[in-house]
Ligand binder design. Structure first.
Ligand SMILES: *[C@@H]1O[C@H](CO)[C@@H](O)[C@H](O)[C@H]1NC(C)=O
Ligand SMILES: *[C@@H]1O[C@H](CO)[C@@H](O)[C@H](O)[C@H]1NC(C)=O
Ligand SMILES: *[C@@H]1O[C@H](CO)[C@@H](O)[C@H](O)[C@H]1NC(C)=O
Ligand SMILES: *[C@@H]1O[C@H](CO)[C@@H](O)[C@H](O)[C@H]1NC(C)=O
Ligand SMILES: [Cu+2]
Length: 214
């Protein structure tokens, strides 16, 4: 009788080859984007070349971040560093949260400490997904002021978000957030419900895996 753990591992292996993880919609990420390399820290398969960065302006008093995931859920960390090789010294710029549901997720007003104004930096996206940690990086230039998010900044229907603590993500920054008591909007579902949801997801993955083997 195989253990639940090994079944889950098999399911995750099957799933990892089966879909596209996640992509960043905004700001533009450093190329090339290689889906299979997304598990490679710190940026998804490459080290940024400081001499060749094509930085996008990011407004320190409010700018938008947009992603699209193909996972049923994942936990997100947004982080920045002025080390343009992305080797370390990361600062968290938004509390770690769980996105439940596939598709677009956009936060319209992400702020950065004002003393970053004028600096060029790497903005890192890390997703703690059912198939492991996944990475992407954008090159940004911090500018003053704020910007209104455009219409393309939207959440897929049915997607929800809750702040969460994540012991895989918090060591990846110098200033990890405490778990927030409040949720994004609708008040938090209980941890029990969340746990059951995760077990259901793994159960479905195992069944899909078994189906693919047969
Ligand atoms: C730099 O980025 C801009 C906007 O994202 C894009 O239009 C342009 O083609 C890029 N240039 C290079 C050399 O990659
Ligand atoms: C680390 O990042 C901070 C900004 O968060 C910066 O002031 C400091 O110079 C950086 N240290 C190194 C060694 O890059
Ligand atoms: C901004 O100020 C904080 C302390 O308030 C400091 O830890 C951080 O290194 C500074 N960042 C930069 C880029 O200077
Ligand atoms: C997406 O959902 C989050 C969490 O509810 C919310 O904070 C954010 O404003 C939403 N984005 C848009 C574009 O409505
Ligand atoms: Cu994936």
């Amino acid at each position: 009788m195989p253990s639940i753990g090994s079944l889950a591992a098999v399911a995750m292996l099957l799933v990892s080859g089966a879909h596209a993880h996640f992509q960043v919609q905004h700001p533009d990420v450093i190329q090339p984007f290689v889906d299979d390399s997304e598990p490679d820290a710190p940026c998804g398969g490459y080290t940024p070349d400081p001499a060749k960065l094509n930085a996008t302006d990011f407004h320190v008093d409010g700018d938008w971040l947009s992603t699209r995931q193909t996972h049923p859920y994942s936990n997100w960390l947004y982080r920045i560093t002025t080390d343009l090789t992305a080797a370390g010294n990361w600062t968290e710029i938004y509390p770690i949260f769980r996105q439940t549901g596939q598709g677009e997720f956009c936060i319209p007003k992400v702020t950065v400490p004002q003393n970053f104004t004028g600096q060029t930096a790497i903005l890192g996206f890390v997703s703690d997904a059912p198939d492991g940690l996944l990475y992407q990086c954008a090159a940004v230039r911090f500018v003053e002021g704020s910007v209104e998010a455009p219409a393309e900044c939207k959440n897929a229907s049915g997607v929800t978000a809750d702040y969460i603590s994540d012991s895989n993500l918090s060591p990846l920054v110098n200033n990890p957030s405490e778990e927030k008591a409040t949720s994004f909007g609708v008040s938090a579902r209980s941890d029990t419900f969340r746990g059951l949801g995760a077990m259901f997801t793994v159960g479905v993955m195992v069944m899909v895996g078994a189906f693919m083997v047969v």
